[in-house]
Design a protein around this ligand. Structure first.
Ligand code: NDP
Length: 297
């Protein structure tokens, strides 16, 4: 079975290189062109040609324009990579009768209320990144290809930049950190996303009726402030020399950013757990494992 992975060096893409390898003959691309194969999602014609050259049974797209604030000033590029390129992938998957596995975000929701969002909840993004990711979802659903879309949240990996690493870096020099306490979600490991992806692919090959849109996040919930406290407490308990003495709670309104963020990022993962007989671990276990890896503890 031929598998094409796009975005191989992102947080999720890196872990997918590992988890997809046992499933088939994996071609993994980043945005560069190697031997006529181009993984640049901004180059739509080259992307189409590449898919036809490889002729995969499964396309896994971990590439995305993920710069949430920058997307406000680069909306065309965000739409091209997250919307139009996804449409190209979906059209080519439909033509090849291949599966398309794709990732989206809780940022398709407006963040109101405190109920975890189900897959059928109304979408209404509050920033351009969310809107561009929604374009991608809609293109896939309209294409009639066989697909899995996983909406996830607050992704971290041992490789790549993420919130936990930023907190550790800042905590080395600053005595006080101010962290948002009114946005709630679940930090979700790129390794968990990649492992669930591989399991789900094995299932859908046997049971194609399981195709569709799923919410995929670690269990439990926390604010960015609670997440930062967990990270700093772990680092201190394990002997890291940190200057930080206090982690202050602040509200989103006190920390203006170019892109608005939804307050409620909770995702209801019941459908994923039921359809694929999966257990999703609590967010703390994955974060602790990542910290052990990056701190070498
Ligand atoms: P990363 O930002 O770690 O990785 C994204 C990858 O996409 C990078 O390797 C980047 O390459 C690549 N990329 C960007 N533009 C292009 C392009 N034009 N052509 C080819 N590759 C490109 O993201 P994650 O791994 O965290 O995200 C994986 C998926 O999960 C994405 O669909 C994202 O939208 C979704 N998601 C992520 C969340 C998060 O908190 N990170 C939250 C919710 C959903 P380069 O390094 O060269 O720029």
């Amino acid at each position: 079975m031929k598998i094409l992975l796009l975005g191989k060096n992102g947080q999720v893409g890196w872990e997918l290189q590992r988890s997809l390898a046992p499933l088939g003959d994996l071609t993994a691309l980043d945005r560069s062109t190697v031997n006529d194969l181009c993984g640049d999602l901004a180059d739509l014609d080259a992307l189409r040609k590449t898919i036809r050259l490889i002729n995969p049974q499964i396309i896994v797209n971990a590439a995305a324009y993920t710069a949430v604030d920058k997307a406000e000033s680069e909306p065309e590029l965000a739409d091209r990579v997250n919307g139009r390129a996804t449409q190209v992938l979906a059209e080519e998957a439909a033509a090849l009768e291949a599966w398309l596995v794709h990732y989206s975000t809780d940022y398709v929701f407006n963040g109101e209320g405190s109920t975890p969002w189900s897959e059928t909840a109304a979408v209404s993004p509050v920033n351009h990144y969310g809107a561009s990711k929604l374009l991608g979802e809609q293109a896939i659903i309209a294409s009639n290809c066989k697909y899995l879309i996983f909406r996830t949240s607050w992704v971290y990996g041992a490789r790549g930049n993420n919130f936990a690493k930023t907190m550790l870096r800042l905590a080395k020099d600053r005595e006080t950190l101010s962290v948002i306490a009114d946005q709630i979600g679940a930090p979700t490991g790129a390794d968990l996303i990649a492992d669930v992806t591989a399991l789900a692919i094995q299932h859908i090959l046997q049971r194609p009726e399981l195709a569709g849109l799923y919410h995929l996040a670690a269990a439990g919930e926390v604010s960015w402030h609670g997440y930062a406290s967990h990270v700093i407490d772990f680092a201190k308990a394990n002997g890291e020399a940190l200057a930080v003495k206090e982690i202050k709670s602040i509200e989103t309104v006190a920390y203006p950013t170019p892109a608005r963020r939804p307050l409620n990022s909770r995702l209801d993962t019941q459908k994923l757990r039921d359809n694929f007989s999966l257990h999703l671990p609590d967010w703390q276990s994955g974060v602790t494992r990542m910290l052990r890896e990056v701190l070498n503890k």
